[in-house]
Design a binder for this molecule. Structure first.
Ligand code: P6P
Length: 340
């Protein structure tokens, strides 16, 4: 009898009992995300064939030109989350403010909120390089029966109930955690089914890969410059290998499998870093810690950073614990850089 791979649907049901207070809403929410990911995957995989490439002529609140696929991915996730009566609010990189799910869709009675970067790395779309979706789920703090409030979204990463990403790569994978480890599911596009292909994913403790945009070297804080020189020095198990795809989800995914560190630091060009705390850094930090890795701003854990605004940016050092802690040793010599 051949081994039958477990589907994501079966996995969600099997692990539902881990949520003592959930009457299945979290499972329904995860099922909605897996459906949305399939729809986005379908478009991403044929982007080169139809006129969905190039930019939509719009710009988002980040001032970034919105690629048509960005807009499509955002519409898919927003519509599915609005229509399936599961969450009371959604925040997205592509939306200026958080979206309250109206009461006619039962929104006010729902107890979860979602934050998402619907298509991260979208500048890679036109050059056929992997992109990803990132999501973060919290239990609301505002009273059930009322509209979602900003406080529901400005919670520390430590409070996340679930987080995950979809990487649209050589194969499409959904990787997520609900606080009980990290599991990876690969999509069989012919069947539209996700199969458990990477159970209990763990960062190797050490690693020899560093991911950073070294083109910004002259703009980096001294601690980062010193760490990069350490990585490049011919000594002990070094020099390390430099790998940078320009897509957070892809760099993170590779580093989680092979061991490595991804760094997007502050710089004179990006005084607070580039990546957003709420829907990029916190979900990836939850995954990293659940996989035995570490995620800090160079000084303190990402999930302990106090959120102050929806689209706030933070520097991030994330990956194998030993590599993150070595980088922190170099950053510690410049304590003033902790005040970004
Ligand atoms: P840079 C994509 O825009 C992104 O948010 C991450 O996915 C990626 O790692 C980073 O920014 C790339 O930024 O400045 O190196 O092009």
């Amino acid at each position: 009898m051949g081994y039958r791979l477990k589907t994501l649907g079966e996995f969600i049901i099997e692990h539902q009992s881990q949520f003592k207070y959930s009457e299945g809403e979290l499972s329904r929410l995860l099922n909605s995300i897996k459906l949305a990911a399939k729809l986005v995957n379908h478009e991403v995989n044929k982007a080169g064939l139809v006129d969905i490439l190039g930019d939509s002529g719009e710009t988002n609140i980040q001032g970034e030109t919105q690629q048509k696929l960005d807009v499509f991915a955002n519409d898919v996730f927003m519509n599915i989350l609005k229509k399936r009566d599961i969450v009371c609010g959604v925040a997205s990189e592509e939306e200026d403010d958080f979206v309250v799910i109206s009461d006619k869709n039962g929104g006010h009675d729902n107890k979860y909120i979602v934050l998402t970067d619907p298509l991260d790395g979208s500048s890679n779309i036109d050059v056929n390089v992997s992109v990803g979706t990132i999501f973060s789920i919290y239990h609301r703090v505002s009273p059930i029966g009322s509209p979602a409030t900003k406080d529901d979204f400005l919670q520390k990463g430590r409070e996340q109930v679930a987080a995950g990403y979809v990487v649209y790569g050589t194969s499409t994978m959904l990787v997520y955690t609900t606080g009980f480890g990290v599991n990876g599911f690969t999509l069989n596009p012919a069947l539209g089914t996700w199969y458990l292909s990477h159970p209990n994913m763990k960062f190797p403790k050490g690693g020899k890969i560093y991911s950073i945009n070294e083109g910004n070297y002259v703009h980096f804080p001294q601690g980062v410059k010193d760490y990069l020189k350490y990585c490049q020095k011919e000594e002990e198990n070094r020099p390390f290998t430099s790998r940078y795809i320009g897509s957070l989800v892809s760099d993170f995914h590779r580093n989680m499998i092979k061991g490595g560190i991804y760094i997007y630091p502050t710089s004179t060009k990006a005084p607070k870093g580039k990546l957003r705390l709420l829907y990029e850094c916190n979900p990836m930090a939850f995954l990293a810690e659940q996989a035995g890795g570490k995620a800090t701003d160079g000084y303190k854990c990402i999930m302990d950073v106090e959120p102050t605004e929806l689209h706030q940016r933070v520097p991030i050092f994330i990956g194998s614990t030993e590599m993150v802690e070595k980088a922190e040793e170099f950053m510690a010599k410049f304590p003033n850089d902790a005040n970004y």
